[in-house]
Design a protein around this ligand. Structure first.
Ligand code: APR
Length: 252
């Protein structure tokens, strides 16, 4: 049995399956990841553009990067990996997606149970007076300002900020009880998101890793490593699940 079929069998036998996704799942939608060659952090130094201190001290500079990211994300559409995870959820073989991404592509790809571990770029907040806005309401203003005059911050988690407490606790709870975890398109280098696979492993979960290259998880906790592009591999797993569930009574 090949690895894709083994992964499909695991999904069909698992009573609670979660996915942890990273920037790699959105690369085929045209959004560069952070740490691959040509990734965002090869162009912008994260210590100058991605920490909460950097934003507070020089929001105009950080908005240079945010504006470039926003234009790329704004034009992106879900790829076969997002759509495939959405279909696996619809078929009852995937229960939650915990994403480190802020691009809304899982929701656009059909996933309904999405936990946004690093927040979301569709809303903005004023660090001075606390007002909130929809990013779309400020799209014509650069950088976007609050009515109090301060430059607004997108509701994404910068280095040095806390993970939203609901996302943190719900993800930990799911990791402890999951039977299978899909780790898709993440270098698993940023904490605490990168503790989700090891927490699940300690709870007895099987780890299925999809990545175009090996990571530090691959030779430590990964049970099934599927090397290649997320879109192709998720599609192959979805098709294997559909073939096998057509052959047996479909669990819906
Ligand atoms: N298919 C599968 N995997 C891919 C693809 C692809 N098409 N393209 C890239 N990858 C893999 C890379 O090999 C890498 O292991 O996706 C991973 C992306 O890793 P990073 O760029 O580090 O992104 P991520 O893991 O999401 O970063 C985590 O770091 O900078 C912060 O907050 C930011 O959420 C981000 C966090």
């Amino acid at each position: 049995m090949d690895l894709v079929e083994r992964a499909a069998d695991l999904l069909m036998a698992s009573r609670l399956t979660i996915a942890l996704t990273g920037a790699g799942i959105s690369v085929e939608s045209g959004i560069p990841d952070f740490r691959s060659a040509g990734g965002l952090w090869t162009k912008y130094d994260p210590s100058e553009y991605a920490t909460i201190e950097a934003f507070v001290s020089n929001p105009e500079k950080v908005w240079e990067m945010l504006r470039e990211m926003g234009e790329v994300v704004g034009n992106a559409i879900p790829n076969r990996a997002h759509i495939g995870l959405g279909e696996l959820e619809r078929l009852g073989y995937l229960h939650f997606v915990i994403t480190q991404n802020i691009d809304n592509l899982h929701q656009a790809g059909g996933s309904r149970n999405v936990i946004e571990y690093h927040g979301n770029a569709s809303t903005l907040s004023c660090l001075s007076c606390g007002r909130h806005y929809r990013s779309s309401d400020k799209a014509s203003q650069y950088p976007p300002r609050c009515e109090c005059g301060n430059i607004l911050k997108p509701d994404v988690i910068f280095f040095g900020e806390a993970i939203p407490s609901e996302a943190l606790s719900r993800s930990y709870e799911l990791a402890q009880t999951a039977q299978a975890v899909f780790v898709v398109g993440t270098s698993a280098t940023v904490s605490p998101a990168n503790t989700i696979p090891s927490t699940a492993k300690r709870g007895g979960a099987t780890i299925i890793e999809i990545n175009k290259e090996r990571t530090h998880l691959t030779d430590t906790i990964t049970d099934i490593f599927l090397q290649g592009s997320a879109g192709t591999i998720v599609d192959e797993i979805l098709n294997a699940v559909k073939r096998e569930s057509a052959g047996s009574n479909v669990r819906l």
